[in-house]
Design a protein around this ligand. Structure first.
Ligand code: NAD
Length: 347
């Protein structure tokens, strides 16, 4: 039963929805509303079995609690998944039914985009409920594409790490290896290059990495090599679970700071990084720029300047995590989790 799932134990609620007419099956998990409405995106995904969907939504909703708390947002944590069939059939009727499901929770859960969901889908959801963010916005307002703002937060976090480890105030001549040069990694590359960083880029789309290296100065390497490049900073900006026993043993950089969610394959890998003396920026602390943007949009605190002001506090939060990690000997990710739990009253 769902309440037997270990990840359910610390949740406030787990809601199952079915709409026979449209074929919608959806799950909404609410981890915590201690700081405000539970906010987190909706994932549209084909799972091999419903059990996998439940485990996924529970872990993701807890992650949103931690992320929103550490971003100083007055929002709790939740997440939704829509269970797609193997052909990933998605209809407007299904999305509308999902919007009604969100509405039925009366504002305890606020949704946004995640994997498999587009801005257009969110516009459909918004016809059924006001508990939604991540809608198209006018220029100058909070909201819209979070990628560039996530990149800004990661850039500021990288600078804080470089100041701490190398004692340098700018990224001039700092060697930064970026895994994945999409929306966030590409944005980081541009900001770092503008300060004179020496870039090493990799992407499974090798032409994309080569073109960006050519444009910004720097070199592209094969995706298989990027995490082992000799550098000052390694920045995972592609996939999760890339930091494992093997990749950590091959690291040749004193700092790991990037945007990808869930970079550590297991909590032991956080301990491994710490034991190797690598300064690690916990992913959900450094990559909060996007959620800050979406969160302020939802809260109606509209403008870009306010979003950037909150993002500019990311380095302070990282410093607090690193200070406590240094003082206690605990890994940075464990310290961040502890701080987040205290913030939501579970300390
Ligand atoms: P994106 O899809 O725009 O870019 C990802 C890039 O990584 C693509 O160019 C892709 O080809 C490349 N890639 C995929 N697998 C790779 C591999 N094995 N090696 C090298 N490159 C690979 O995605 P994004 O929006 O830039 O997000 C990047 C990461 O940051 C994701 O993990 C995402 O969850 C996380 N994140 C993004 C945001 C945001 O605001 N976009 C916010 C928080 C976290």
């Amino acid at each position: 039963a769902p309440w037997d799932y270990p990840d359910f134990d610390d949740h406030e609620g787990l809601h199952l929805f079915r709409d026979r007419e449209s074929g919608l099956t959806a799950i909404i998990a609410i981890h915590s509303t201690a700081l405000g409405p539970a906010a987190g995106g909706t994932r549209f995904w084909h799972y091999p079995a419903p059990e996998a969907a439940i485990t996924d939504v529970l872990r993701l909703s807890r992650g949103m609690s931690f992320k929103n708390a550490m971003a100083d947002l007055p929002l709790g944590g939740g997440k939704a998944v829509i269970l797609a069939d193997a052909a990933r059939t998605k209809t407007p009727a299904m999305i509308a039914a999902f919007g009604r499901a969100v509405e039925s929770l009366g504002g305890r859960y606020v949704t946004a985009e995640d994997v498999g969901i587009s801005t257009a889908d969110m516009a459909e959801v918004a016809k059924q409920t006001k508990y939604v963010s991540g809608l198209p916005v006018a220029a100058g307002n909070a909201g819209g594409d979070p990628g560039p703002l996530t990149a800004l937060g990661v850039f500021l976090g990288v600078k804080a790490a470089v100041r701490r480890v190398l004692g340098r105030d700018t990224l001039a001549d700092v060697r930064i290896a970026i895994q994945g040069v999409g929306s966030v990694g590409g944005g980081l590359a541009r900001l770092a290059a503008a300060e004179g960083a020496r870039l090493v880029l990799a992407d499974v789309d090798q032409a994309r990495a080569a073109a960006l290296a050519e444009q910004l100065g720097g070199r592209a390497v094969a995706p298989a090599d990027i995490l082992a490049v000799e550098a000052d900073v390694v920045s995972p900006c592609a996939l999760g679970a890339v930091l494992d026993e093997r990749s950590i043993a091959r690291l040749d950089a004193p700092i790991v700071a990037g945007a990808a969610n869930n970079q550590l394959a297991t909590p032991e890998d956080g301990v491994r990084l710490h034991a190797r003396g690598v300064l690690y920026a916990p992913d959900y602390v450094i990559n909060a720029g996007g959620i800050i943007n979406v969160g302020l949009e939802y809260l109606g605190k509209g403008d870009r300047a306010e979003v950037e002001a909150l993002i500019s506090r990311i380095p302070d939060r990282l410093e607090r995590v690193w200070d406590e990690s240094a003082a206690t000997g605990d890994s940075a990710d464990a310290v961040a989790d502890r701080m987040a739990l205290a913030l939501i009253g579970r300390g």
